[in-house]
Design a protein around this ligand. Structure first.
Ligand SMILES: [Ca+2]
Ligand SMILES: [Ca+2]
Length: 616
């Protein structure tokens, strides 16, 4: 009897203790996406609700044209997922979503907006463009008042190369005219979403997928950047990360689902860079799984895109930024590392909604064959279909850098081009000598800037979509480490002693490089043969590399002298390129060279000549 009484008391006590938890009312603190639009092809949207006690809920909008088709609740009652259907004839406006359960009711506003139909939006990018890559924290500080934000990761310290230096979107907006005059045509900004984390000035540790980092500005500032860029004929490329988030993302402390991440904070794979296994037909499945699930660093939890709710979240989030801002293209980080089936679906969703859009994937590998396998339309047998239109040409980057450092010759550059048969679309290769992850071209040149200039000439006149890292136009050196190569642009920051955005503020040497690169960029803009023309090249001989670029009636010969000394170039083997024309016009100097009597011309050592086959 006493024993029974004891048990009854225990049960009562337990019930009493649990009561507050059961009594906790239902609440919704946040909803994502924060809005959607009428008239999107993707009009079935899944809302994620953040709140408390979201068990056994029902959901309903105050319009029959906004239907809730399904409600999903998972084990964690702090989240729920509501599938909605947006009718095409719904009037734009703010609608109320009511969430109900036995524990209460919550009402949330959900704006449905009309779409911006400006024809300049979502234009994509391609070989007609030149991409200018900016690390936003390091380019220009347009608003010193946002340098410090009140959180525990302030980290503003311009004197420390690893900390934040105050660069922001306003700084970039203020330099758009400079960039337009330089004749670059697209801006790729390293990630701009909120990064509340240690040493996260680079932006690769997202902590809020729907918020521009306040140190860079607001969401409206980002949209303004895109609009102002478009006004000047410049496109904007968003640096996007499907693979991972930052350790301080609120999800990490309170996972929406047990399988939201690959592994956990306490127990995850590290250092499994088995990149070749992504497409190796002999690879063990386990190796491939490790490649896709390991964490790059402990501060970057790896996302499990196989979770269908997370997959939908990421796809909608990308569509949201494109629609919200009007941006034109995406550079996808660490492409071989997320789930490939998911990536394919992510690309399909983007390109269905925005057919002119372009996406370039970072597949950092040394082999063209390997990289080509990831491009949409590859002829190689494959287990999965990627829908990735563009890839980055790392093998060409390596050949340029080897040449600059005297470890390679022009023949090595030629050989990369000669393997282009591997690619489904050679126009859709992003080409570059350096980027935000590699020591700058002028740094590795160790004073031999003529070699960099020669490579810049090839970069801007051969095939592909050239990318230039900010500061290349002034021969910026930076340093070996990431934090040093991403140096501040002189003149972009409070207290800078000079302003290298202006001719007067540049040194003599900087102006010389600036003038040279500007000239190349102007030529590329004026002569479509240089950008989108078909390329025909000759096997390099005696350190001379020649290629023809042809578009419609325009024919341009690029001749590159990779010798230290001036050479007399024999053009007899390419006489058929002249089509009976007896002269060449040097497009840089304007000089007309007669080939009437002999098919020869002189070219300075370590230089490139760009000649129009003219009738004059
Ligand atoms: Ca600032
Ligand atoms: Ca991964």
């Amino acid at each position: 009897m006493r024993k029974h009484l004891q048990i009854a008391i225990t049960i009562l006590a337990t019930a009493f203790c649990l009561k507050p938890a059961f009594a906790q009312p239902l609440s919704v603190e946040k909803i994502e996406p924060p809005n959607w639009w009428v008239g999107m092809k993707n009009n079935s949207v899944q809302l994620i609700l953040y709140g408390k006690n979201l068990r056994n809920i029902g959901a309903e909008f105050n319009s029959p044209k906004l239907k809730v088709s399904e409600v999903h609740t998972l084990a964690n009652p702090d989240y729920a997922f509501v599938d909605i259907e947006i009718s095409e004839d719904l009037s734009p406006g703010t609608y109320a979503l009511t969430i109900r359960s036995d524990q209460g009711t919550a009402e949330i506003e959900f704006p449905i907006l009309s779409r911006n139909t400006d024809k300049h939006r979502h234009a994509g990018f391609g070989p007609q463009d030149v991409v200018y890559l900016i690390t936003p924290d390091r380019f220009a500080n347009g608003n010193p008042f946002n340098d410090r934000v009140e959180d525990r990761f302030n980290e503003f310290d311009p004197r420390n190369p690893s900390k934040r230096h105050g660069g922001d979107l306003k700084g970039i907006i203020d330099r758009l005219d400079y960039l337009k005059d330089l004749d670059v045509t697209a801006l790729w900004l390293n990630p701009v979403l909120e990064n509340n984390g240690k040493l996260s000035y680079h932006g690769y540790q997202t902590t809020d997928h729907y918020r521009i980092d306040p140190r860079f500005g607001s969401n409206d500032d980002y949209r303004r950047l895109v609009t102002e860029a478009h006004k000047r004929g410049l496109k904007v490329i968003f640096d996007h990360i499907n693979n991972h988030i930052g350790i301080n993302h609120p999800w990490v402390k309170n996972l929406p689902a047990d399988d939201w991440l690959n592994g956990s904070v306490e127990n995850h794979l590290s250092n499994k860079h088995y990149i070749s296994s992504a497409i190796d037909i002999h690879a063990d499945d386990k190796t491939r799984e490790m490649l896709r699930t390991f964490w790059f660093v402990d501060e970057m939890p790896d996302l499990n895109q196989k979770n269908p709710f997370l997959a939908k979240y990421l796809i909608q989030n990308t569509l949201w930024w494109i629609e919200f801002s009007g941006l034109d293209g995406i550079r996808e980080d660490t492409y071989p590392y997320p789930d490939p089936a998911y990536l394919s679906e992510w690309e399909r969703a983007i390109l269905t909604e925005y057919p002119n859009f372009n996406i370039v994937g970072e597949i950092w590998a040394e082999s063209s064959a390997f990289i080509s396998r990831f491009q949409k339309g590859t002829a190689f047998p494959k287990e999965f279909e990627t829908n990735l239109p563009a890839v980055m040409d790392f093998p060409l980057m390596i050949a340029y850098r080897d040449f600059i450092q005297g470890k390679g010759t022009l023949k090595d550059i030629y050989e990369v081009f000669s393997e282009d048969f591997l690619y489904a679309d050679t126009d859709n290769l992003m080409t570059f000598i350096d980027n935000h992850d590699t020591a700058r071209a002028f740094y590795i040149a160790e004073g031999k800037s003529v070699r960099v200039k020669l490579c810049l000439a090839i970069l801007l006149t051969s095939r592909g979509i050239p990318e230039l890292l900010y500061g290349t136009e002034i021969g910026m050196l930076g340093g070996e480490r990431h934090v040093d190569l991403r140096a501040d642009f002189p003149g972009g920051f409070v207290g800078d002693k000079r302003n290298a955005f202006t001719e007067a503020g540049r040194t003599k040497k900087e102006n010389e490089i600036f003038d040279y690169l500007s000239e190349l960029l102007h030529l590329r803009k004026q002569h479509p043969a240089l950008s989108i023309g078909k390329m025909i090249h000759m096997v390099p001989k005696d350190g001379i590399y020649m290629y023809l670029k042809q578009y419609k009636e325009e024919r341009i010969i690029v001749i590159v002298n990779g010798n230290e000394r001036q050479q007399r170039i024999d053009l007899s083997e390419v006489g058929h390129w002249f089509n009976g024309v007896k002269s060449l016009q040097n497009l840089i100097s304007g000089e007309v060279i007669s080939c009437e009597n002999e098919m020869k011309l002189k070219l300075d050592g370590m230089s490139a000549g760009i000649f129009s086959i003219s009738d004059r």
